[in-house]
Design a protein. Structure first.
Length: 107
């Protein structure tokens, strides 16, 4: 991943605010455009379940790290949490279908 990002930023320098993936006008992608077109196409190409979102993948990544014994503080830092009190943690271990993403409870 690091190599891919390095190659991307060499060809397409980050925007002034540090945004790495930008539109052809050097602005950030709108959330609805990114989610409905860009990310959903990547989900399909990767063979992930339809409806998988970056938010679901974030939760799965946190769950995997915690199951491997990584501390909650380190997981919070890896997910970009800057404060010492990460607030409520919404991480559930996967069921027997290890590797699948799970929608938030109540959905």
């Amino acid at each position: 991943m690091a190599i891919a990002i390095r190659e991307h930023t060499a060809q397409f320098p980050p925007a002034a605010d540090g945004t790495i993936f930008t539109t052809r006008f050097a602005g950030p992608y709108r959330h609805d455009y990114y989610g409905s077109l860009i990310f959903s196409a990547a989900v399909e190409r990767a063979g992930l379940p339809k409806g998988t979102t970056s938010h679901y993948l974030r939760h799965h990544y946190a769950s995997v790290l915690l199951m491997q014994g990584v501390s909650v503080i380190v997981v919070a830092e890896r997910l970009g949490q800057r404060e010492r009190d990460p607030g409520p943690v919404d991480v559930r271990p996967p069921d027997a279908g290890l590797g699948r993403t799970h929608p938030p409870r109540g959905r």
